[in-house]
Design a protein around this ligand. Sequence first.
Ligand code: ATP
Ligand code: MG
Length: 352
Amino acid sequence: MKKTILTGDRPTGRLHMGHYAGSLKMRVGLQDSDEYDRILIMIADAQALTDNFDDPEKIRRNITEVALDYLAVGLDPARCTFFIQSQVPELCELSFYYLNLVTVSRLYRNPTVKTEMQLRGFDSSIPAGFLCYPVSQAADITAFRAATVPVGEDQLPMLEQTREIVRRFNALYGETLTEPEAQLAENAASRRLPGTDGRAKMSKSLGNCIYLADSAEAVRQKVMDMFTDPLHLKVSDPGHVEGNPVFAYLDAFCREEHFAEFLPEYRSLDELKAHYTRGGLGDMKVKRFLSAVIEAELAPIRARRQEYEKDIGAVTDILKKGSVRARELAAQTLSDVKRAMRIDYFDGAGLC
Ligand code: ATP
Ligand code: MG
């Protein structure tokens, strides 16, 4: 069987450093490893509409932004299929059958759904589409027979839900679907990058992001305004690196060579952390270093984005071609699913 990766993002805004750390960087690594036959990257507009149904224009606008971010980080349309979820209607059909394999109470218990419901202030007002989006995510993953799904840590309960649906389907109707595995970033700090405000997750919905397309000046300003250790008031005070997003970002992005280049008084992050912890190292100095580290990462991404922005028509074309290809692949799985369920009335042995 082909080795396939499926992954995606909601077009609710431009992509940020959390996406980069938790998923995008890994995708580029997997792409460059040449170990996969198929890499599908989905812009999850239908899923984004489940909590943005009153503003479809926002979703529409952000589709191109997300595609530009993909190209900017080095995902290559020659090696990846970029597609738009809503343009593959087979996914809706699969979701409809999978909905029977999961209970409403199980959906309410999904930890990611729970957190997101709280965040959005949904209680009994939760749209049914939002509650059920883990089922549509199972359709997205299984439609392409993906075995590998590179994601941030917040998505693990989603993958578990998909695995349950796959097992239930296969047990009921016969071995048909592929059970996927989540792939997390190797670097632990990258799996859930905190927000610039110190909250647990950098997220478009929380407005605490450094976007990949932010200007150098905007990045510098965001880093300077970042939450640090509230107990570290004077430079001489001992500081805490745990729960301090400045150090979480350094854990995620800093490499040893950055010290030689930007902060030669230290040789490693451990040395810098030790100094901060014992006191005598100011937040501003660490932030200036972090700002340089992030800029080293983002400058080439920003430059590539500017190149692709010159021809938006070409970007639309990539998405259109990718969506046609994704449809072909999903249709094959849908046909297997219908055969397994014996609802292929007019394709097989007929109705009797
Ligand atoms: P929204 O607020 O609209 O849900 P989001 O910022 O959570 O947006 P998604 O599109 O839901 O982004 O997530 C896309 C992918 O990026 C998922 O695999 C998710 O796990 C990963 N991801 C998102 N935010 C982070 C983060 N802060 N750290 C690590 N990975 C992240
Ligand atoms: Mg999210």
